[in-house]
Design a protein around this ligand. Structure first.
Ligand code: NDP
Ligand SMILES: O=C(O)C1=N[C@H](C(=O)O)C[C@H](O)C1
Length: 268
């Protein structure tokens, strides 16, 4: 039985993850943490209350309860500041981590890498099987269509706070790597005004926000007289949540290090 703690327990992903843990054989919820800055939690609220079951685990707004919860792994889908706070506790308490939070800056990613020398961490901007398989198709297409212009368009719900999405950035990195390019040199994050003609070899990004779109990614390879479009469209968050629980079951058996969903899903 893998003992799991979930951060952001009242968030969109946190709730889906608690549900996925509850419905996964061999997984046990031992701790649910909510953000103490806000008052979304009822007094003595059970982690399953808003999901229609009684988990027997009360939501805590004190991150320190993680230390004594008996958790082997923490699943974190929160915000970069939250992730950094949890890294400190997990590193100190020897608790593995599954991190799905996106929008980390270079310094925060560096801190995560440092922590992975002490504890095993799965860090992935998208935990769905479909997206991780799509990345394999993208690598192949990028090599076979190496002179085609590549543009990445993503659309997400209006609540999303980071852009482009972590998934879109990861897709750009996959394409650049397949083409032997340095991603930072070829990424074009936005266009406006007199931009001049497209720079050959660049990878352009466009981020759309609106409504309740779960997560759409479209990669366009445009060449003479034709376009090849590879799309992944999410209609539910369940795939992300199930992927995170698979990652938790995987990571508790690993040595300290930084792991990806390719490791978890055996796609390497
Ligand atoms: N890797 C993947 O497969 C996926 C990744 N994501 C990423 O997961 C993250 C969460 O997404 P989503 O669930 O939609 O967002 P939500 O805003 O619905 O949930 C985030 C939760 O984190 C809590 N939180 C915010 N700041 C802190 C903090 N400093 N410490 C502790 N908890 C905090 C929030 O609490 P409160 O509201 O009370 O502030 C909220 O409950 C995003 O970065 C998103 O991009 C999303 C889907 C899939
Ligand atoms: O914020 C979201 O919702 C999502 N975030 C992740 C990202 O930034 O790539 C994954 C998915 O697209 C949903």
């Amino acid at each position: 039985m893998v003992k799991i703690a979930v951060a952001g327990a009242k968030g969109h992903m946190g709730k889906m993850i608690i549900d996925a843990v509850w419905n996964t054989e061999g997984a046990e919820l031992v701790c649910a943490l909510a953000h103490k800055e806000t008052d979304h939690v009822e007094a003595n609220e059970d982690a399953g209350a808003s999901l229609g079951f009684n988990s027997g685990v009360k939501i805590s707004c004190d991150n320190e309860t993680l230390r004594t919860s008996g958790a082997q792994v923490l699943i974190d889908f929160t915000r970069p500041e939250g992730t950094m706070a949890f890294l400190d506790i997990c590193k100190d308490a020897g608790i593995a981590m599954v991190i799905g939070t996106t929008g980390l800056n270079a310094k925060q990613k560096q801190k995560l890498e440092e922590a992975s020398k002490v504890i095993p961490i799965v860090f992935a901007p998208n935990m769905s099987t479909g997206v991780n398989v799509t990345n394999k198709l993208l690598a192949q297409a990028a090599k076979l269509l190496k002179d085609y212009d590549c543009e990445i368009v993503e659309m997400h719900h209006s609540r999303k706070v980071d852009a482009p999405s972590g998934t879109a950035i990861a897709m750009g990195k996959v394409i650049a790597e397949a083409r032997g390019q340095n991603f930072e040199d070829v990424a074009v994050w936005a266009r406006q005004g007199h931009t001049g003609p497209r720079v050959p070899g660049s990878i352009g990004f466009a981020a759309l926000r609106g409504g309740d779109v779960v997560g759409d990614h479209q990669v366009i390879f445009a060449g003479p007289g034709e376009r090849i479009v590879i799309s992944h469209l999410s209609s539910s968050r369940a795939g992300y949540a199930e992927g995170s629980v698979k990652a938790a079951q995987y990571v508790v058996n690993q040595k300290p290090g930084l792991y990806s969903m390719d490791d978890v899903l055996g796609l390497k």
